[in-house]
Design a protein around this ligand. Sequence first.
Ligand code: NAP
Length: 288
Amino acid sequence: MAKLTIDSTYRMPSGYDIPVLGYGVYQTPADVASDVVAHALKTGYRHVDSAVGYRNEAASADGMRKSGIPRSELFFTTKVPPRQLGYESAKQHIANSLKETGFDYIDLYLLHAPYGGKEARLGAWKALVEGVETGKIRSIGVSNYGVHHMEELESWIKSTEEKEGKGKGGVLSVNQVELHPWLARKDIVDWCKKRGVILEAYSPLVRATKSDDPLLVPLAKKYNKTTSQILLRWSLQMGFVPLPKSVTKSRIEENADLYDFELTAEDMKSLDTGVYEPCAWDPTTSTD
Ligand SMILES: NC(=O)c1ccc[n+]([C@@H]2O[C@H](COP(=O)([O-])OP(=O)(O)OC[C@H]3O[C@@H](n4cnc5c(N)ncnc54)[C@H](OP(=O)(O)O)[C@@H]3O)[C@@H](O)[C@H]2O)c1
């Protein structure tokens, strides 16, 4: 693996690049989002992870403009809300996101969660594919999809291509799921890695519940880093795109200060807990 820097990107299956370090804005109130997003971008982040459901698309976009960094150097993600999939609904959300943000295009549009049934999932996906065809969106993906959801999508893409031609079913670029040492999701990770689908790691700090953890504290001491930085470095070295969230300026900076150390293979292994301990919801297991 090439040495990672704060400017590192991965090439997605869509052909577009995604900045490896993301900045999450879940639970970031709209009245502070503009300011903290601008601060994150000044710190060196180039990638903002929002969602319709976070109610801060407009404020995040405002922070991106306020940063003074050209739009072409920034990356913005948003998501069709959970339980609002379906073709018409997704189409409406895409139009609304463009209006809210004032952007000409969205870099990455995701389906937030697989809830709603097969028809709703595939209908919403079709709306994303059309969004790409009309230039409103650059890359598309899913969030909280388990292997069975991704297989359903893959087989729809295949059969659509057979009927309508190559690329007509769209290109799955990303699956955004909760990922950290207490939830390493080997099945989902292997499925995605085999196909070059980028794994975005949400709740990479385990929502700040592990700062005194006996697995992390000795590593933090060894590398003279914080336990948060150990978690984010683990995520980077797993090949993920971590999306740490913070509204605290010093933590925004701390969470980007990750490029002057590297966990050894042995230390990475020590974080292979093998347990299943989500700190958020887990729609990947849903079967409706
Ligand atoms: N697709 C999905 O379903 C989904 C679900 C959850 C999250 N996400 C995405 O992933 C992003 C991150 O996930 P998350 O917000 O659940 O959890 P997280 O990033 O693991 O943790 C955020 C929490 O950690 C605190 N924190 C941040 N940096 C810290 C540091 N250096 N030291 C100590 N505490 C620190 C934050 O506090 P302060 O903010 O007060 O500093 C906040 O309480 C979200 O913002 C969102 O973009 C997506």
